[in-house]
Design a protein around this ligand. Structure first.
Ligand SMILES: Cc1cc2nc3c(=O)[nH]c(=O)nc-3n(C[C@H](O)[C@H](O)[C@H](O)COP(=O)(O)O)c2cc1C
Length: 110
């Protein structure tokens, strides 16, 4: 079903050469693109470790994840969740840089 809503979560590790200013640009572009695809979620960063949650129409999330997996700015991309959902849970977060602990607390308390 084309409009099936899914949640996909993965973890990865940024390349050592990537610094905070690279991420600011990446996140701005990502937020703008995700909006055009009705994709919401959260990007948590701790040091060089990444955890991102993407929620949205299954086709759009699948295509975006294929690009993210090929992105040479990070490695070790490991899917931790990929399943249909009835409704999104992270839409109010915006695709902005977040603290991992905040994200875990939110996920466990809502
Ligand atoms: C950790 C990480 C998270 C990313 N998240 C997104 C995202 O949420 N949305 C997005 O459009 N691009 C995101 N990107 C960038 C994509 O990997 C890719 O550069 C972008 O989709 C453009 O792909 P293209 O050059 O194949 O068109 C992310 C990249 C990294 C390294």
């Amino acid at each position: 079903m084309a409009l099936e809503l899914v949640r996909l979560a993965y973890v990865s590790t940024l390349q050592p050469r990537i610094d905070a200013s690279d991420l600011t640009e990446l996140i701005e572009k990502a937020a703008a693109f995700n909006k055009t695809q009705d994709i919401t979620g959260v990007l948590a960063i701790e040091g060089h470790r990444i955890c991102q949650i993407l929620e949205g129409p299954s086709d759009s999330v699948k295509k975006l994840y294929a690009s993210i997996q090929k992105d040479s700015r990070h490695h070790g991309v490991t899917t931790i969740e990929n399943r249909p959902i009835a409704k999104t849970a992270f839409e109010s977060w915006g695709m902005a840089k977040r603290n991992m602990v905040d994200m875990v607390v939110y996920a466990l308390t809502t």
